[in-house]
Design a binder for this molecule. Structure first.
Ligand code: NAD
Length: 520
């Protein structure tokens, strides 16, 4: 198998759930997954499964009394052993050819395709994603597997070097060693799987510490890796509290790199801890840290279609309850259309259906946890003091963590809800005097993840391309929904290390290049 012999990469398609056959497949998967709720899942260390006295319970945020899975809380001793086991297996795994590793990953993509409805159902029940968001998450996980398998094949045959007379020179890409994989809960399959397989296919062994909010989805993905043929020793699976075992994993002298996606606070802590060399450590640890966002959509006076802009802002602000790093949390609107646009936003937000994620008619489900709900409600109170509440502003009925889509107008750049990541269904709207002011407001953030501009003016589009300082910029479309291969993803400034997941450079984070020159 070689990169050049492959057919072009194509993103996995999304099914249309208005069609009866697709709906029936999802209903069946939901019934099947429901019958499996409440089961217990093991830790995986050194090729064996084991339990731990401490347990971690995962619940359905749409129906908080419903237990989704029981997981082990890895102890410090188990976390330590996980790193040692991954270290011991690294020489074996890194000696497997890139072609074979890629073949296993293509197989993992196939298995995910076969189990697409099932994974959607797990996400609906464990993370509160609606059907369409769950379908997109599973499709993205399939894309990551397929795309990174291809990229590994490409890296296995790098470009020819300049040849000196009487010598043959080449460059090879090798795995680094043990990688600690620390994903968030908000793309519980796609990001967790993408971070894991990128490291594995590059020849590294990994220790996966899944998010405590969505460990069942991660445990199910471990089954996929095994079924695809990845050796059980190549990946260790240790759910548990990030705060309890996180420092140990990050500071372990045999840890070679940490691949983290999550909040700024935890990411910066990892960067700091990993920078300190430990006794016995023989390398400088690499940290890939993809962190938060405070993403802005600029709606210019010359936006061609205000309705399309309002639709884009509402979809990006309230899709998956605003719990995307790419979510629009700041709308920056030109003064000349401000009042009209606010009315459009309000009308659209008030049409959104909210309730159990299991019901297909609901656009918004619950937020992930009681803690998240409390934090978001606190920010809503801050918003009430800082701005003008346009719609929403609190909880809605139901025994899940439901929060109404909330919009605040007249927010200033100095306001907390303009600057701080809320990670919930809260949108602030700020008035811009003109396009210069709008760009200035958009860039007035410590983050720099995604952003969008709606305007029909070509010059303004070119200015946004030059001046809007974000890792992922979108013109005349919403700022969420990055596609693998098309929109390599990662942010500037405090949004992270800009590793560009789903892009051609991503695997370089997990590889080191060896240059070899041989006298002929
Ligand atoms: P989080 O930082 O709370 O947790 C992320 C992971 O870190 C979890 O697995 C958690 O258990 C673990 N963790 C917690 N404390 C730790 C510690 N002390 N040491 C090591 N690990 C620890 O974030 P979250 O709530 O899971 O996710 C939401 C955040 O993720 C938001 O800020 C969002 O913007 C960000 N995010 C960023 C991207 C991106 O690509 N930039 C993508 C998705 C989410």
């Amino acid at each position: 198998m070689s990169f050049s012999s492959l057919s072009p990469f194509v993103n996995e398609h999304y099914r249309d759930f208005s069609l009866l056959e697709h709906r029936a497949a999802m209903d069946a998967a939901l019934a099947q997954v429901r019958s499996e709720l409440g089961r217990e899942y093991p830790l995986r260390i050194g090729g064996s499964t084991e339990t731990s006295p401490g347990k971690l319970l995962s619940h359905n945020p749409s129906c908080t009394s419903e237990l989704v899975g029981i997981h082990q809380k890895a102890s410090a001793e188990q976390a330590n052993r996980a790193v040692e086991s991954a270290f011991a297996y690294f020489p074996t795994w890194s000696a497997v050819t890139p072609q074979h590793r890629a073949a296993l990953l293509f197989r993992a993509a196939e298995i995910l395709k076969e189990r697409k409805s099932e994974f959607n159902a797990w996400m609906i029940l464990e993370s509160g994603k609606n059907w369409a968001e769950a379908e997109a998450d599973t499709a993205e996980a399939i894309d990551f597997c397929d795309y990174y398998a291809r990229q590994m094949l490409r890296m296995a045959k790098p470009e020819e070097l300049v040849q000196m007379p009487g010598e043959y020179s080449k460059i090879e890409y090798l795995g680094l060693g043990v990688g600690i994989i620390i994903p968030p809960w908000n793309f519980p399959l796609a990001i967790m799987a993408g971070m894991t397989v990128a490291a594995l296919v590059s020849g590294n062994t990994v220790v996966i510490k899944p998010s405590s909010e969505t460990p069942t989805i991660a445990a199910k993905f471990m089954e996929v890796l095994l079924a695809a043929g990845f050796p059980a020793e190549s990946f260790q699976f240790i759910p548990g509290s990030g705060a309890a075992v996180g420092d140990l994993l990050v500071t372990h002298p045999k840890t070679r790199f940490i691949s983290f996606t999550g909040s700024k606070a935890v990411g910066l802590r990892i960067v700091e801890l990993a920078a300190k060399t430990q006794p016995g450590q023989r390398w400088i640890k690499r940290v890939v840290a993809e962190m938060g966002g405070k993403d802005a959509i600029v709606v210019d006076a010359e936006a061609a279609a205000l309705d399309a802009a309002a639709q884009g802002v509402v979809a990006a602000a309230f899709g998956f309850q605003g719990q995307k790093c790419s979510a629009c949390s700041r709308a920056i609107v030109d003064a000349s259309i401000y009042d009209e646009f606010l009315l459009k936003l309000k009308a659209r937000a008030e049409q959104l259906t909210i309730g159990s994620a299991q019901r297909i008619e609901n656009f918004m489900g619950p937020v992930i946890s009681e803690r998240a709900e409390r934090g978001i409600l606190d920010y809503i109170e801050i918003g009430k003091a800082e701005g003008r509440l346009i719609t929403g502003g609190g909880k809605t009925q139901g025994d899940g963590y439901y929060i109404a889509p909330t919009i605040f107008a007249d927010i200033e750049a100095s306001d907390r809800i303009f600057q701080e990541e809320i990670f919930g269904p809260v949108l602030s709207v700020t008035k811009a005097r003109d396009f210069d002011h709008a760009l200035q407001l958009a860039n007035d953030s410590e983050y720099g993840l995604t952003g969008a501009v709606y305007t029909a003016n070509k010059e303004k589009i070119e200015r946004a391309k030059r001046e809007f300082f974000v890792g992922n910029l979108y013109i005349n479309r919403k700022c969420t929904g990055a596609m693998v291969g098309a929109h390599p993803f990662g942010g500037f400034n405090m949004s992270g290390t800009d590793s560009k997941a789903g892009g051609p450079d991503y695997l370089l984070q997990f590889l080191q290049a060896k240059s070899i020159a041989e006298k002929l």
